[in-house]
Design a protein. Structure first.
Length: 529
């Protein structure tokens, strides 16, 4: 270690932090892709609660998609879900504010726009356009009222913009604005673009910067109240296609860009979509895909054909569940069947929160589904056949509720990675240790560095072993697996051997009827040595 550069006598303090440790990676961050009548299009949007989801993407509508039901089920147990709305030719609706003589007027758009900021052609009298925060017919429920902030003092160039959502007569949002650059008493910029585009959850605005007489002019102002004007020409666009869903999942390819652990099928159970989800998982190697058995393939024979012949997927990064769930839709006052993936994802999150990632997300306690019924009832023979083909059955246990009764991945080869709990454990271990090890990149490749990496991994694995997540582990990072040629190439090898603990799936109760008095005699013999 370099000495302090001071030359005069004294005590000079330095501090070195060698307390680095491996922090467990998050395991319950979900992602889902699907259509919606509302919400940002073709973007990753982080949602943290059911209320946040409804505000952003609207209430469920089973005539459009099951994505909302899956998302809301997951958010009952998790606070992080990435949502991507896909749409095709959806349009914004809005209004334009004009200066006509000595008056301001607003008028509705005469057409919809895929991007008003670039497509709208301003005329000389246009001050600005207002349009929905994202595309859809929901824009047409919006209206605005614009009026001076000081009604009897037209020298004040500030004005209010009130935003209404039909049928309410109470403004949902209200903004104090100017057409130019002006700060309020707290140093906040009052320019209308800064105010609305930064703060509004409902609308966006674009100023007509070519209208120099009105915009960025110290005397520019709204001189009269503008009658409330309804937005127009918002459109939901055309029906989405399978390729739209697949393209939506492309947004989640990069693990450095977005942290996610669970991909939720949300009812889009076509082969192409499910294979795409698994491809994303295998490329990232830090998440699993929860797949829905197609509704028309949930009878046992059909399910076996779909899994083996149609989907034909061999992967430990995906798991498939059947059948559909019968639920009470609290948002629309109806009872409907929905695909299981959202509720299963919630079981994963609940298992992580109440037990551990290495516990099977199934069984009497962790696998409990709070639903009304199942589309199909699988008997013992059905469940045996489904389990042999890595299909996770949902089961009604009369008097005890409806349970997740399978924990298999879609890996065809029998190994520890056939268990979803082991796959998720390995993802957590690999991601956690890799995240901690990155701080050693570009450090000198010495005995000290290798010992430090070994110690990091062992201190992380030891408590997992004590808690029953693994039976044993062994970490090697020394001269044996880092010979001179490896070191010379700039590489360091850290080998972590894991013997994961496995869930009990079958308990064999052997009831043996002994002859009369036989057990008592045998016990007496044992007690007497």
């Amino acid at each position: 270690m370099a000495l302090n550069s001071h030359s005069s006598a004294g005590v000079y303090v330095t501090e070195t932090d060698i307390s680095d440790r491996v922090a467990a990676a998050a395991t319950s961050i979900g992602a889902i892709v699907g259509p919606s009548y509302k919400g940002p299009v073709n973007k990753k949007t982080l949602i943290t609660s059911t209320r946040n989801f409804i505000e952003t993407f609207g209430a469920p509508d089973n005539t459009l998609t099951f994505m909302h039901y899956a998302a809301l089920a997951f958010l009952q147990q998790s606070t992080r879900l990435w949502v991507t709305r896909v749409a095709r030719n959806a349009l914004y609706g809005g209004v334009v504010c004009k200066k006509v003589g000595n008056f301001n007027v607003t008028s509705a758009f005469t057409q919809g726009y895929s991007d008003p900021a670039t497509e709208y052609s301003f005329s000389a009298d246009d001050l600005f356009i207002l349009y929905g925060k994202n595309q859809g017919t929901w824009n047409n429920d919006l209206s605005v009222l614009i009026y001076p902030a000081v009604s009897d003092d037209f020298d004040d160039n500030t004005f209010y913009v009130e935003v209404y959502v039909s049928p309410s007569s109470v403004p949902a949002e209200k903004f104090l604005c100017t057409l130019n650059n002006k700060l309020d008493g707290f140093g906040v910029q009052l320019n209308i673009e800064e105010q609305i585009n930064r703060k509004s959850n409902l609308i966006s605005v674009v100023l007509n910067r070519a209208a120099s007489a009105y915009t960025f002019n110290p005397s520019a102002k709204i001189i009269n109240a503008v009658d409330g004007e309804d937005f127009a020409f918002g459109s939901n666009g055309d029906l989405i296609t399978e390729s739209d869903i697949i393209n939506g999942w492309d947004l989640y390819n990069d693990p450095e860009e977005v942290d996610v652990n669970i991909l939720i099928n949300g009812g889009y159970s076509s082969v192409a979509v499910q294979l795409k989800m698994d491809t994303v998982c295998q490329y990232r190697k830090d998440c699993v895909a929860i797949l829905d058995m197609p509704s028309d393939s949930q009878k046992v024979q059909d399910a076996l054909v779909y899994r083996r012949n149609t989907l034909n997927l061999n992967s430990s990064y995906s798991a498939i569940y059947s059948p559909d769930l019968y639920i009470a839709d609290q948002y629309n006052g109806q009872k409907i069947f929905v695909p299981p993936s959202g509720h299963i994802a919630a079981i994963y999150a609940k298992t992580d929160a109440t037990a551990s990632v290495w516990k099977a997300p199934a069984g009497m306690d962790r696998g409990n589904l709070e639903i009304l019924a199942l589309r199909y009832t699988y008997n013992q023979g059905d469940r045996d056949a489904l389990d042999a083909s890595q299909i996770n059955a949902l089961r009604t246990i009369y008097g005890a509720g409806i349970k997740v009764w399978g924990s298999s991945t879609l890996q065809s080869k029998a190994s520890s990675l056939s268990e979803i709990s082991v796959r998720r454990l390995m993802i957590m271990l690999e991601k956690s240790i890799a995240t901690a090890a990155i701080y050693s990149v570009f450090e000198q490749n010495t005995v000290y560095l290798r010992a430090r990496l070994k110690d990091l991994a062992e201190r992380f694995l030891d408590p997992i072993k004590r808690e029953g997540g693994i039976y044993a582990h062994y970490v090697q990072c020394d001269d044996d697996n880092n010979p001179p040629e490896v070191v010379a190439s700039g590489d360091t090898v850290l080998d972590v051997y894991i013997d994961p603990s496995l869930p009990t799936k079958r308990i064999h109760l052997n009831a043996i009827v002994a002859k009369t008095g036989g057990i008592k005699f045998a016990l007496s013999q044992i007690n007497n040595g």
